[in-house]
Design a protein around this ligand. Structure first.
Ligand code: DAK
Length: 258
């Protein structure tokens, strides 16, 4: 799985897309390796994932244009499905995923970052959906997730013009939560991951599910989704532990994901 590196630091997992010669562009092999790497994550012990790109220049410079250039309609659709399946796996993964965007996040790169729960980036990051300039539409969820994350008007402007934006502009439109000097990006990602990892895993997982599923439906249905997520936390060890620690005025909490 050399196209995707996986490192465990305590209870945090770091996935690095590792194809720096092609600026970490996503070809079928990278997508397969990413799929396998996600399957290999120990979701019992890991509490948060970070997704980043190898090298200092690029997070992911898009889907692999060389691989896509000769695809037939059917192959194009199959390639789109492969990417979409992996991206949905990230989006519905039973752990929070932070995208640490360390450079170009174009096309499929911007799209994979949007399938993560949270995006932070380095000052040299560049975001964009250049697909219409290549004669295609965004194919890994860009038309859907960008419009949900920023305003539909801004998403349409970015997609129709194929214009790249800087880290600061991505911050201004709410595409990323924070911008850091390059050398501070991974420490900041790990710090954020650690502050998620210290909380009750079942509760965090249920929040992710409730937010994601609730955003796809009307408010009445969404509230029922939240009620279920809330109720589901009761009778767990970690709910007893979290509330017990408060009542006993105890700072240390022993959450065990049960
Ligand atoms: N694909 C393949 N190779 C890429 C690549 C990409 N997306 N991006 C960069 N590379 C390769 C370059 O070809 C070059 O390889 P060599 O020539 O050295 O062999 C190497 O990475 C270094 O790139 P540059 O020499 O170009 O580096 P620069 O610093 O000069 O420029 C750049 C960096 C990021 C501005 C430039 O490389 C660039 O514009 N790259 C393309 C960015 C882009 O357009 N990305 C969007 C791709 S389209 C769908 C499924 C998915 C999608 C759509 C439909 N369905 C099937 C429905 C998604 C589409 C996309 O993501």
């Amino acid at each position: 799985m050399s196209n995707v590196l996986y490192e465990v630091k305590g209870n945090i997992g770091i996935l690095t897309i590792n194809r720096p010669k092609a600026l970490n562009a996503l070809n079928s092999e990278v997508l397969n390796d990413l799929d396998a790497a996600l399957d290999a994550v120990d979701v019992e012990t890991i509490r948060c994932l970070i997704l980043t790109g190898a090298g200092e220049k690029s997070f992911v410079a898009g889907a692999d244009i060389a691989e896509m250039s000769t695809l037939t309609k059917a192959e194009g659709e199959a390639f789109g499905k492969k990417g979409n399946d992996v991206f949905r796996k990230i989006e519905t993964f039973p752990l929070p995923v932070i995208a640490a965007v360390n450079g170009f996040a174009l096309g499929g790169g911007c799209e994979i970052s949007m399938s993560c729960d949270i995006r932070i980036c380095s000052e040299n990051a560049v975001f964009g959906q250049p697909e219409v300039g290549l004669g295609i539409t965004p194919g890994f969820g860009g038309t859907q997730r960008l419009a949900r994350l920023v305003s539909p008007g801004m998403a349409k402007q970015l997609i129709y013009t194929a214009r790249n934006i800087t880290a600061q502009e991505a911050y201004r439109i709410g595409l990323v939560n924070a911008v850091y000097p390059a050398e501070e990006l991974m420490p900041a990602a790990e710090k954020m991951a650690a502050s998620i990892a210290k909380n009750a895993p079942i509760a965090v997982r249920n929040c992710k599910k409730a937010i994601n599923e609730g955003l796809q439906t009307d408010i009445d249905t969404a509230i029922v989704i939240e009620e279920k997520a809330f109720g589901d936390c009761f009778e767990t060890h970690d709910q007893r532990e979290g509330m017990g620690a408060f009542l006993e005025k105890r700072k240390e909490k022993n959450f065990i994901n049960k």
